[in-house]
Design a protein around this ligand. Structure first.
Ligand code: HEM
Length: 330
C-alpha cells in the first residue's frame, strides 16, 4: 500500500472507531426524532415479522435482497426516507425512469399487511422499508445494525424529482459528492455505501453506452479492462439483459467490489470513477484490503442513510395504512 493510502486507511479506521463508539454510547437516540426502541411497546413483534418475511422471500429468490437495499436508497434520495417511493399512482416517484427496474414493492406490501394485523395504524411504511433493507443486508451476509425508528410516511411523491435527483451511474464524482453532502452524508459514506454494489445486478441498458462508442470516440470506455470488456460485450447484447454488479463474487457481501475497481472491473461508470478520482481512490484502496472496516462502516453509513429526513417539508407525514396509497382524508 502507498504511504498516502496507508494514512487514509489509518484515518478511516479512526473515523470508524469513533463513529461506532458514538453509536454504542447512544442506546436510545441517534437522531432528534428517531429512536431505537420506538415500537418496543406499541409493536413488539415488528422486527420478527420483517425478518421472517425477508428471509422467506430471499430463500425463494435471493435477488429480492439487493432489490430491497436499492429501493431503500431510492426512497431516501428524494424527500428523505418517507416511503414516497412506495406510492403508486400516475406521476409518482415509482413511475419515474429512474425507478423502472426497482423491485420489492410486493414484499413491502405483504409485510405491511402482516404488521397491520397485529399493530394497526402504528408502523410507518418508511420504517418497514428501512428495517427490510437492514435484514436484506444481513441475510446476504452483510453486517447487522440497530435501526432507529419513528419515520413518518410522506404524502408527496413526484416522478420528476426522482429523475432529477437519484443518481443513475453516469454522474461525475463531484456531482455525487454534492448529492451525498446535500443529504448530510460524507465522501466516506458515499464510497462505503457504493459497496452495496458487491451484490445485485444491473440491466445492460445502464452500461451499454460504455461498450462500443463511449462519448462518441468510436471506442469503448478505456477504464474497462480488456477481459472484462469482452465479457460485458458478450453478456450485454440486449439492453434488457442483466449483468452482475460484482462479476467475481456476485452473491457474497464482501470487499471484492472494491478490488474489482482496482482491476478496472467496475460495472457502472460511477463505480469505476471512485478509483480514478484522487478524493476517493485512497478510500477504495483502504476498503479493498480491510473487510472488517468495510462491514463496520457500512453499518454506520446505512444508519445515516436511513436517517435522512426532509426537514423542509411542510408535511408532518402520517402512518399509511397501505404503503402504495396515502390515507384517505378524514
Ligand atoms: C453513488 C450512487 C449510486 C448510483 C449511481 C447507483 C446506481 C445504480 C444502478 C445504475 C443500478 C442498476 C440499475 C439497473 O439498471 O437495473 C444499481 C443497482 C443497485 N444499487 Fe445502486 N447506486 C448508487 C448507490 C447505491 C446505494 C447507496 C445503495 C444501497 C445502500 C445501492 C444499492 C444497489 C443495489 C443493491 C443494486 C442492485 C439491485 C438489484 O439487484 O435489483 N446503490 N445502482
Amino acid at each position: 500500500m502507498k504511504k498516502s493510502s496507508r494514512l487514509i486507511a489509518l484515518l478511516l479506521t479512526l473515523f470508524v472507531v469513533a463513529t461506532s463508539a458514538i453509536l454504542d454510547d447512544l442506546p436510545l437516540d441517534d437522531d432528534d426524532d428517531l429512536e431505537l426502541y420506538y415500537y418496543r411497546r406499541s409493536c413488539p413483534k415488528l422486527e420478527k415479522i420483517i425478518h421472517d418475511k425477508v428471509s422467506a422471500w430471499m430463500k425463494n429468490d435471493y435477488s429480492i435482497g439487493p432489490a430491497l437495499m436499492r429501493l431503500h436508497f431510492h426512497d431516501c434520495s428524494v424527500r428523505g426516507c418517507d416511503g414516497s417511493i412506495l406510492l403508486d399512482y400516475p406521476g409518482s416517484e415509482r413511475m419515474a425512469n429512474a425507478s423502472k427496474t426497482l423491485r420489492g414493492f410486493e414484499l413491502i406490501d405483504e409485510i405491511k399487511a402482516a404488521v397491520e394485523k397485529v399493530c394497526p395504524k402504528t408502523v410507518s411504511c418508511s420504517d418497514i422499508l428501512t428495517a427490510a433493507a437492514r435484514d436484506a443486508t444481513l441475510n446476504a451476509g452483510g453486517p447487522f445494525w440497530s435501526v432507529p425508528y419513528g419515520r413518518k410516511d410522506g404524502r408527496v411523491s413526484i416522478a420528476k424529482e426522482a429523475d432529477q435527483y437519484v443518481p443513475m451511474g453516469h454522474e461525475k464524482i463531484t456531482d455525487l459528492v454534492e448529492f451525498y453532502q446535500s443529504k448530510g452524508l460524507s465522501i466516506v459514506d458515499m464510497v462505503v455505501l457504493s459497496g452495496a454494489h458487491t451484490i445485485g445486478r444491473s440491466t445492460c441498458g445502464s452500461i451499454q453506452y460504455r461498450l462500443f462508442n463511449y462519448e462518441g470516440t468510436g471506442k469503448p470506455d478505456p477504464s474497462i479492462s480488456p477481459k472484462y470488456l469482452n465479457y460485458l460485450r458478450r453478456k450485454c447484447r440486449w439492453a434488457s439483459e442483466y449483468v452482475d454488479l460484482d462479476a467475481e463474487t456476485p452473491k457474497k457481501f464482501d470487499v471484492q467490489y472494491f478490488k474489482n475497481l482496482q482491476n478496472k472491473m467496475g460495472l457502472l461508470k460511477s463505480d469505476q470513477l471512485l478509483y480514478l478520482d484522487s478524493r476517493t481512490k485512497p478510500l477504495v484502496g483502504a476498503l479493498a484490503s480491510q473487510s472488517s472496516l468495510f462491514r463496520h462502516q457500512f453499518a454506520a453509513s446505512m444508519v445515516k442513510l436511513g436517517n435522512i429526513q426532509d426537514y423542509l417539508s411542510a408535511d408532518d407525514g402520517e402512518i399509511r395504512v397501505k404503503c402504495s396509497k396515502v390515507n384517505p382524508s378524514k
